[in-house]
Design a protein around this ligand. Structure first.
Ligand code: GTP
Ligand code: MG
Length: 240
């Protein structure tokens, strides 16, 4: 057994650990804990960079549009067990370097917007910044997932400036509207990554709910544009 197997072998849990495994585990922890914590702190810094960029965009755009395009921003670092799970699923040998190379969603930033057009406007504004490198875009709004899931996903790389080096880190950004978020959060609780499967009838109802959320988004955005247009006409009339 090599050191990697000693760490991810589930038989280590709930049973008496053989002495030689315990030694291996202890050695593995000592050599990997520090680099792992360092890597996680890099991701945490990258997450802060992106969160700040969105806060700046929200402030700037609120002056232009007289409203905040961002409702809320959530950040999360992938948990160690979730990282282990993904590495094991992908059959990648466990090392801090391999974690950095093979997992791109360790740092996650979710941006909840008022309207669908805000999602695209914010994504464009972020991607046009000269320190941001676009790695991948998945547009689940124009191309919803089969279950009805909608969101815009970006994998980007952002530089972080440390006391003695500059590092580029990957961050997963998910942008969605309030209605898309309502559906995704609820569906996640009900179904996503759970071991049990929902019935085809329930899946159909969930799919219909996603369509209704999309329809609400569309109607709300239409009303918003209509009101804006009406205001513009009034302003024009008043000035004339
Ligand atoms: P992961 O291995 O889960 O990261 O998936 P992926 O690499 O194929 O990436 P994808 O962009 O499809 O999904 C990444 C993330 O989007 C997930 O971790 C969820 O947060 C969210 N997501 C994707 N699909 C669904 C879905 O069907 N329902 C919900 N609620 N969330 C989803
Ligand atoms: Mg993920």
């Amino acid at each position: 057994m090599n050191e990697t197997q000693a760490v991810i072998n589930p038989s280590l849990f709930g049973e008496v650990i053989p002495y030689e495994h315990a030694l291996q585990f202890d050695r593995w922890m000592k050599t990997h804990t520090q680099p792992y914590r360092k890597l996680m702190s890099f991701y945490s810094c990258a997450m802060m960079e992106i969160e700040t960029k969105f806060k700046v965009l929200n402030e700037d755009l609120s002056l232009k549009y007289d409203r905040n395009p961002i409702e809320s921003i959530q950040t999360r670092l992938k948990t160690p067990d979730s990282i282990m799970h993904k590495m094991a699923q992908r059959r990648v040998p466990l090392s801090v370097e391999a974690i950095e190379q093979s997992i791109r969603d360790i740092a996650g930033v979710r941006v909840i917007c008022s309207f669908q057009s805000d999602v695209y406007m914010l994504a464009k504004a972020l991607l046009s910044q000269d320190d941001i490198t676009q790695i991948e875009i998945k547009d689940y709004i124009r191309h919803p997932k089969q279950n009805g899931y909608r969101s815009l996903h970006l994998i980007i790389s952002v530089p972080i400036f440390l006391h003695n080096e500059k590092k580029s880190m990957c961050v997963e950004v998910q942008l969605r509207t309030l209605a898309m978020n309502l559906w995704a959060n609820t569906e996640h609780k009900i179904r996503y990554k759970k071991d049990y499967t929902v019935t085809p009838q329930d899946a159909m109802v969930l799919f219909e709910c996603a369509k209704e959320c999309a329809s609400i988004d569309k109607k709300l955005e239409e009303i918003y544009h209509h009101i804006q247009e009406t205001e513009r006409i009034h302003e024009y009339d008043d000035s004339g």
